[in-house]
Design a protein around this ligand. Structure first.
Ligand SMILES: Nc1ncnc2c1ncn2[C@@H]1O[C@H](COP(=O)(O)OP(=O)(O)O)[C@@H](O)[C@H]1O
Ligand SMILES: [Mg+2]
Length: 483
């Protein structure tokens, strides 16, 4: 089989634009010309899937059971292999375990060499790990924490600030995370002994935190000086168990980023530590989206200078291929060469989608080889999942109103493989009242980060092809059911 044409890494952010926009005469030309076998087979496969109305899904709250598909061949021995399926090597809902972590060499290297190594040598550092939702920030920092612990003896303290409203909440979370941080038994025992007053009831595996006592004392830790003192004391307790400093991660800052006291706190925490003669060896890393970092700066401008910013971008084609082959190989499953371009095209290097797509393909596969058919079906299943989890809530619920809905359906009926659309082209097919709200619609879709302005004037582009694909499925479904 002829190798399908692929977008190069340089074009990785917009893979399907390339395929789409180069198609001569757009809709009239056979798309197969462009993608060769891939397009043809995938296009037909999906055509069958979509034409049949909808796939029959077996609904499963864990989202782990595969759809039963009408065009599944009888020779597929579903029952036989399903019974022997090993554990899925995919982790759609959590930071990836270290052994499955792929790529990000540059970012990890930066955190380790400019961060961990400096800290171990006595110089505190601070980073802001920035990137979109689901791009792999938490995975990157937990991976870096693990390496920094092994190579430089930094104790990993991973704090998620989701739900924190005040600096006291943050302080309580930090102490709680420190208590449960130690992977090193000796350091762990020391910390628990020292912080015994916050250790509640012992349980079979570990212990419970005495939140009441912790909350009562939180004000002691919630000034920059108080928190520094806390870490200084903690280090004194664990220094003889090989700990040289801390790798403190503050993840999920979205809820508190808009509060100026948070920015002020971080800025003085870093500054105060920097000016003392013997600083606490501390690698501070804050994770969040770019707009949250900007919001923090808007609240307190000087915080801008504190952080060295590490960007997390979509993965490259090479990283994506490695991700899929490594994960499947660990489950003793092969990936057919022809399947890689599709896995790449539809995940667009977004780890969150890669995990969902991989997981679905894992369950689709029956014969130990992930083929194009498996991936085609996995794409449909993943689009449904993405739709249920993100699009329904963020787009359909936000954009209520009949006109918006109808416009979405008009766009949805266009070629599902085409990532871009032109304002004028859609406008021409709208009714008068729809035309009136169309620009407003585009603006809101842009705000929701579903689309962005494309390269050419009047052109818009879907950020995630999977989302575009779901809108297509949803439109067909609504039209099939009579609106
Ligand atoms: N480097 C990576 N290798 C493999 N999977 C990854 C990687 N980074 C992220 N993932 C996976 O992608 C999904 C989103 O990652 P996560 O770290 O939670 O993103 P974020 O914190 O940016 O929202 C998770 O399912 C995670 O397992
Ligand atoms: Mg995260």
């Amino acid at each position: 089989m002829e190798a399908p044409r692929l977008p190069e890494d340089g074009q990785r952010r917009r893979p399907l634009i390339l395929w789409g926009s180069k198609r001569p005469g757009a809709a009239s030309a056979a798309p197969g010309l462009f993608l060769g076998e891939v397009w043809l087979r995938f296009g037909c496969g999906l055509g069958v899937v979509l034409a049949a109305g909808s796939t029959v899904w077996r609904d499963d709250p864990q989202g782990h059971s595969p759809p039963i598909h009408h065009n599944r061949r009888v020779t597929d021995h579903w029952d036989a292999t399903e019974a022997t399926k090993s554990r899925s090597p995919f982790f759609p809902g959590q930071p990836v375990p270290v052994e499955f972590f792929v790529g990000r060499a540059k970012q990890a290297d930066r955190l380790l060499r400019r961060g961990a190594q400096q800290v171990a040598a006595g110089k505190p550092t601070a980073f802001f790990v920035e990137g979109d939702y689901g791009i792999g920030k938490s995975s990157l920092v937990t991976y870096a924490q693990r390496l920094a612990e092994d190579d430089f003896g930094l104790l990993p303290v991973y704090v998620t600030l989701g739900g924190c409203k005040t600096i006291e909440d943050v302080a309580a979370r930090v102490v709680e995370a420190t208590l449960s941080s130690a992977t090193n038994d000796k350091a762990g025992d020391k910390l628990r002994e020292w912080l015994a007053r916050y250790v509640g009831e012992q349980q079979l595996f570990g212990f419970r935190i005495n939140l009441q006592a912790l909350r009562a004392d939180a004000p002691n830790f919630s000034s920059p000086q108080g928190m520094l003192r806390f870490f200084r004391d903690a280090l004194a307790k664990v220094a003889d168990s090989g700990v040289t400093g801390f790798f403190l991660v503050l993840d999920e800052v979205n809820g508190i980023a808009g509060d100026p006291t948070f920015s002020i706190f971080l800025k003085s925490f870093v500054d105060e530590n920097g000016v003392t003669g013997s600083p606490v060896p501390m690698l501070l890393t804050v994770c969040g989206t770019e707009d949250k970092r900007r919001e923090m700066i808007a609240r307190h401008q000087p915080v801008d200078r504190v952080f060295d910013v590490v960007h997390v971008d979509p993965m490259t084609r090479a990283e994506t291929d490695e991700f899929f082959s490594r994960a499947f190989r660990s489950a003793r499953i092969e990936v057919a060469d022809e399947a890689f371009p599709l896995l790449w095209a539809y995940s667009a290097g977004l780890p969150k989608i890669m995990q969902m797509l991989g997981d679905n393909a894992f369950w689709m596969d029956r014969d130990g080889t992930v083929t194009m058919d498996d991936v085609s079906e996995a794409v449909v299943a993943t689009a449904e999942e993405v739709g249920r989890k993100f699009v329904d809530q963020q787009v359909y619920n936000e954009l209520r109103g009949d006109h918006y809905q109808a416009i979405l359906d008009v766009i949805g009926q266009k070629d599902p493989f085409e990532r871009t659309f032109s304002r004028s082209e859609i406008m021409a097919t709208l009714t008068e009242p729809q035309k009136k709200v169309f620009d407003n619609f585009l603006r809101r879709m842009t705000q929701l980060q579903v689309i962005r302005k494309g390269g050419r004037a009047g052109e818009y582009e879907f950020n995630v092809l999977m989302v575009r694909f779901y809108i297509h499925i949803a439109a067909r479904r609504r039209i099939a059911s009579g609106g």
